[in-house]
Design a protein around this ligand. Structure first.
Ligand SMILES: *Cc1c(COP(=O)(O)O)cnc(C)c1O
Length: 336
């Protein structure tokens, strides 16, 4: 892929009116004391849609031809919200395709952002068929959640900001799923500061990019329920950009367990006073569990989003058990 730092700098200009830029980079005194080195948190929870994905979706929407009749995607999570929001600001029609199995609250969330929720079939695959039809028959543009150049460049703007906000950074931990975030941010960071260590972090169950890098190509992985639900899903069997970016620009990948994530969410809440998703807590989970070899600061992790199910969240901060599909994750009261 021919990504250039100039694309990321251009993205920053393009998305300025849609996504929040220069989101805070705040110290975490607790994590810093625990790790014996400075740890900072890049707070993407203040984006209008509650997650960083607005950066990539906004850049994709800004780069569309003038005459496109609308945009589509299949995500009902943070990407779907981002596409809906960015489309509305650009005055574009957005049709978010989803299956009958999607909970009502998610459908209403998308509709509240001004997009049309199109309910098709009983699976994500059937919803995807409708999105593809919109592209092929009605000329819609499909915005990928991670594997598109404009999306990757949009997420990469976080890398520019990290270096500007803390030029001394030596290590950055990035939550990893499809790799649009990790690929874009790692590319930006290494372009500006080649010596920086960039670590992708994901959950040990269903780690699609990790499995793909180990196999040397995208491989199917079974999706398992996780506290880091925003990190679920594959990287696409026809992955064109993020596989190569993650292979070339990530120094390593660290896997964390569900109980590591549970503890890290408690830590962000009680120590940093942050409400965030499981996907956002994997960086702290990697540090606190001792899974990062030789952690050296100043280091930063990205708090990617705050769209957590609040009943699950309150169970976690209260130390209660949490259901994950067919299994139960045993609760534990927070202790510093
Ligand atoms: C999508 C997402 C990620 C991972 O981003 P990728 O580009 O898919 O790797 C991390 N955190 C949150 C909250 C997300 O929504």
């Amino acid at each position: 892929m021919t990504l250039a730092l100039a694309d990321i700098i251009a993205a920053r200009r393009a998305i300025a009116g849609i996504a929040s830029l220069d989101t805070p980079l705040v110290p975490s005194p607790y994590l810093s004391a625990r790790m014996g080195t400075d740890i900072h948190l890049k707070l993407e929870i203040g984006q209008a849609t509650g997650a960083f994905k607005l950066r990539g979706a906004a850049n994709a929407a800004e780069n569309l031809p003038e005459d496109v009749p609308g945009v589509t995607c299949c995500s009902t999570g943070n990407h779907g919200r981002a596409v809906a929001y960015a489309a509305r600001i650009r005055g574009l029609r957005a049709v978010i395709c989803m299956s009958k199995l999607v909970p009502k609250a998610k459908i209403q969330g998308i509709e509240a952002l001004g997009a049309e929720a199109r309910i098709v079939g009983r699976s994500q695959d059937e919803a995807q068929i409708e999105a593809t039809r919109l592209v092929e028959e009605e000329g819609f543009a499909e915005i990928s959640p991670f594997d598109g150049p404009a999306v990757i460049a949009g997420q990469g703007t976080i890398g520019l900001e990290l270096i500007e906000q803390c030029p001394e950074l030596t290590t950055v931990l990035i939550p990893l799923s499809g790799g649009g975030l990790a690929g874009g941010v790692a590319f930006a960071l290494k372009s500006m500061k080649p010596s920086i260590r960039v670590i992708g972090v994901t959950m040990e169950n269903g780690a699609a990019m990790h499995a793909a890098l180990a196999a040397g190509k995208p491989v199917p992985v079974e999706e398992v329920p996780s506290l880091a639900d925003s990190l679920g899903g594959g990287i696409g069997s026809a992955n064109t950009h993020t596989f190569a970016l993650c292979r070339d620009y990530l120094d390593e990948i660290v896997l964390v367990s569900e109980s590591d994530i549970y503890r890290a969410m408690q830590t962000h809440y009680f120590e940093d006073r942050i409400v965030c998703e499981g996907a956002s807590a994997v960086g702290a989970a990697a540090l606190l569990s001792g899974r990062v070899r030789d952690p050296r600061g100043p280091a930063a992790t990205i708090i990617t989003g705050r769209n957590v199910d609040m009943s699950v969240f309150t169970d976690i901060v209260n130390g209660r058990d949490v259901r994950l599909g067919d299994t139960t994750l045993e609760g534990q009261a927070y202790a510093a």
